[in-house]
Structure formats: C-alpha cells, structure tokens
Design a binder for this molecule. Structure first.
Ligand code: OOG
Ligand code: NI
Length: 304
C-alpha cells in the first residue's frame, strides 16, 4: 500500500476509534488500565461493525473502504437464529506491522455483520426500510458516518426503537448506533505480562470491577480450543429520540481474544512465533454469544 494512502486510512480508523472511546467510557478505561499494567504497545485483533442488510446498507456499506485499502474478504459466518450473517476481512500483509499502539499498530482484522432484514416481521422491515430509504445514498458513506459519529439516517421515534428491540436487539442497536464502531478487540497473546493469558486477563478485569459478558460462560472457546474470546458488557448512552423522548440505549463494548499456536508450529520457540502461526479466523458459535454483549439481559445483569 502506498504511504500516503496508508496515512489517510489510519487517520480515518483513528477518528472511528475516537468516536468509540468518547462514547464508551468502559472501553476507554479498560484500554487505559491494560496499557498501564502491560506498559507496552497494544495490538488489536480485530474491529467490528453492524449493518442493515437492505437497500445497499449491508456489509458492502463498510467493506468497500477496507477492500480499497488492501483488505481481502475471507469467510462468511452464519447466524440463522439471530437472522444475521457476517464476513471477516484480512488486512494487507505488507501493512501488518505498524509501529504504534492500537489503531497505530498492526492493522486489525475487520468483522462486519448484517441483519437479514427480509426475514423480519413486516412492521420491523417497514421501519428499517423507511430510515435506510430516507437516507438516500448514505450507504456509500459508511466509513465517513463512522468516523464522524453520525447516523446517515434521521433519528427514529422511541416506539420504533422498541418495536425493533422486541424482535431483534441487533436491529434496535443498529437503528440508533448506525455505522459506529461496535467494538475493538485487544489481542491478548500479544500482551507482554501475565495478562497475555486470557483467563488471567478476565480475572484481572473482573477484580478491577468490570462486568464481562457471561452468556454461555465468560470465556468463549472454539471447538478446536485455539480461539478464546471474552468481552465486557456494553456501555449505554442516553439517546434523544425524534419525538423528544430521552432513553438509555446500548452502545459499544470491548473484546479480548487469545489465538493459540497451531499444532503444526507447537515446537517453535515462542520468540519466533508470528501471528500467522496462530489460529486464524472467527468462530460462529462464540460470535453468537459475543453479540449478546449489547443485550438487555447482559446490561441489566448484576455483576457477581
Ligand atoms: C459481533 C459479535 C461477534 C466476534 O469476534 O466473534 C464478534 C457484534 O457484536 O456485532 O465480535
Ligand atoms: Ni469481535
């Protein structure tokens, strides 16, 4: 990738992250805390977005920005129970090692999901179509909307948010958060201290008073055992609806991922282990539970 192009790309990512850190004090506090203990540059495993799969507002409303900057589309993941699907995108190999921390470090994988809108009830479809249609060509500017922290459509009524929430919490989230960054994921195995062990990291975060998503257990493990993930419960923000109602709505969360070394590389000395020697990709059964980080059930749960 050309240098000027990369500088622009990284600045857009930085703005997207800035919006996220301003709106989500828990994500910011966790990042600051982990960085203060580990005292080293953090690497992001991936960043994630949600979209409405209708009127050109689906995955493609964000994917283009990453594809144009050297990313490659990888596997599709399906979530029939949630009426969602997703793709993940691998960063360009030549830009895998940035020299800074977080968004200034190795470029993250990107996970983009979409709601299968045509599978929802007519009332819910109607609301989603009204807002996406009223936003015209806004679907072309997903990355711009995300970096500005602005919806491309008009603010909804509170009753519309409730209608969506009754059928799909993902739909309600997307109606009020739009293309906002859903989460960043700290790469646990690239930390330097004992926190590189995701179990220790989880324990440390819970002791520090952070509530982790307990859906299906705090630690989500892929069937091969090699991808281990956890996340906080999303922050909420007060949202002023178009009818003047102000209500609290779920916002974003932060995730943690440890990718274990693949069996064929298990004898490599640890200092020689690179990211590509580790488990790649995502895991639908784990992702299914991570989606719940923004659910009412998790947000209202009293942490133990
Ligand atoms: C995405 C949930 C899935 C992962 O890493 O598997 C996920 C979301 O909540 O939108 O982040
Ligand atoms: Ni994730």
């Amino acid at each position: 990738m050309a240098k000027s192009g990369e500088a622009f790309f990284r600045n857009v990512l930085e703005s997207i992250q800035e919006v996220y850190l301003k709106r989500n004090p828990t994500a910011k506090a966790v990042l600051d805390l982990v960085q203060s203990i580990d005292n080293h540059k953090l690497a992001y495993d991936h960043i994630a977005f949600r979209t409405f799969g209708v009127n050109g507002y689906g995955i493609e409303s964000l994917a283009g920005f990453f594809l144009d900057n050297g990313y490659t589309q990888r596997d599709e993941l399906k979530f029939p129970g949630k009426k969602l699907r997703a793709f993940w995108y691998a960063p360009p190999a030549d830009s895998f090692s940035g020299s800074g921390s977080g968004i200034r470090g190795p470029l993250p994988r990107v996970f983009i999901s979409e709601l299968l809108v045509d599978q929802l009830s007519p009332q819910t479809q109607e609301i989603i179509k009204t807002y996406t249609e009223s936003a015209g060509n806004g679907n072309k500017y997903g990355a711009l909307a995300s970096s500005l922290g602005h919806l491309t459509w008009e603010k909804p009524l509170y009753s519309e948010f409730q209608q969506l929430a009754s059928e799909s919490e993902y739909a309600a989230w997307t109606l009020v958060n739009g293309h906002a960054l859903n989460h960043v994921t700290i790469s646990a195995h690239r930390l330097k201290t004992h926190l590189k062990d995701i179990n220790k990291l989880n324990e440390f975060l819970e002791k520090s008073g952070f509530k982790l998503n307990s859906e299906g257990g705090v630690l989500k493990v892929s069937p091969d055992g090699l991808l281990q993930q956890s996340s906080t419960v999303a922050d909420s923000v007060s949202f002023l609806f178009a009818d003047g109602v102000t209500e609290s709505v779920p916002c974003s969360y932060i995730e943690f991922a440890e990718r274990l070394v693949l069996p064929e590389y298990e004898n490599l000395p640890l200092e020689e282990v690179k990211e590509f020697h580790r488990r790649e990709g995502f895991e639908a059964s784990s992702a299914d539970k991570i989606f719940e980080s923004t659910s009412k059930e998790q947000l209202s749960r009293v942490s133990s």
